[in-house]
Design a protein around this ligand. Structure first.
Ligand code: ADP
Ligand code: MG
Length: 263
């Protein structure tokens, strides 16, 4: 049975700062406009020979869209996603998430925005090894608001059941398969009901069958939760199933038409 015994209720996250609690400026109710607006975005990495990776990108992502980002290795895909996720600052230009210009926000507000509005999935799952599947999935709530409410535990448990992890709630990550870990990471990304999920090659570390399964699951969760997804992939067959494809080449962005192929 996939019941959720008391022992699965996670401990209070030790690092829940006051300024990230519910109602802080990071709360994300939805602006009604685009979820993401990128305007003239440039990024140059400093160094003896500075490297200009993004030469001025402009695009928007509307609520609920599923957008694939493609491009060769080193073309700047992760750089772009890190800027959108407020994990790094641009050299010039603006990123506006839910109507809020990240360049005007301080570190605490950015941390709160990341916690409430944005879910992250990476190539490596980054689950905490000492916490169970359920505890890991609840982590954004624990970090943002302190001890999760019983309704949070119930809601996240339901999501884990939805992605086929009902029997795995109490397992530690090392006892989960690669696909199960990544499904846990997807639920973790969605646990705070974000408006935006940023996924950097989430299937890059999986075999092709598991990769297709995890991708399909993200597509389904996108339709069910209405969260916008921006997903980096080097798999053209997966990208073909997105609503839109954005290709980065030579520091610029072009839009391609997805073919919708599923095989
Ligand atoms: P992608 O995700 O498309 O493979 P990245 O965005 O990771 O590409 O990197 C784009 C380019 O920027 C690469 O040439 C990479 O070596 C360089 N780069 C990435 N991060 C940094 C950094 N922190 N400092 C300097 N150069 C970087
Ligand atoms: Mg990358």
């Amino acid at each position: 049975m996939d019941r959720c015994p008391e022992t699965h209720v996670p401990p209070r996250a030790p690092e829940a700062p006051q300024n990230q609690r519910a109602g802080a400026s990071g709360s994300c109710a939805g602006s009604g406009g685009p979820v993401v607006r990128v305007i003239g975005l440039r990024k140059t990495y400093p160094g003896v020979r500075p490297l200009e990776v993004l030469h001025g990108l402009d695009f928007t992502v509307e609520a609920g869209e599923f957008v694939a980002i493609v491009g060769q290795s080193g073309s700047g895909k992760s750089t772009l996603l890190n800027l959108i996720g407020a994990l790094d600052r641009p050299t010039a230009g603006q990123v506006i998430i839910e109507g809020r210009d990240l360049s005007t926000m301080g570190d605490n507000d950015l941390a709160a925005l990341r916690n409430c509005c944005i879910g992250f999935v990476f190539q490596f799952h980054h689950l905490l090894e000492d916490f169970t599947c359920l505890e890991n999935a609840l982590m954004p709530i624990s970090i943002g608001r302190g001890e999760p409410e019983p309704e949070d535990v119930l809601r996240v448990t339901k999501m884990l059941r939805r992605v086929g992890l009902g029997e795995r709630l109490g397992q530690l990550p090392r006892r989960l398969s690669g696909g199960e870990r990544q499904r846990t990471a997807i639920v973790r990304a969605l646990s705070n009901s974000p408006r935006l999920v940023l996924a950097d090659e989430p299937t890059g570390n999986l075999d092709s069958r598991t990769s297709r399964e995890v991708f399909s699951l993200m597509r389904e969760m996108n339709r069910e939760t209405k969260a916008a997804f921006l997903l980096i992939t080097h798999d053209d067959r997966l990208a073909a199933q997105a609503d839109r494809i954005l290709r980065i080449a030579d520091g610029y962005l072009t839009e391609e038409q997805p073919t919708g192929e599923t095989s």
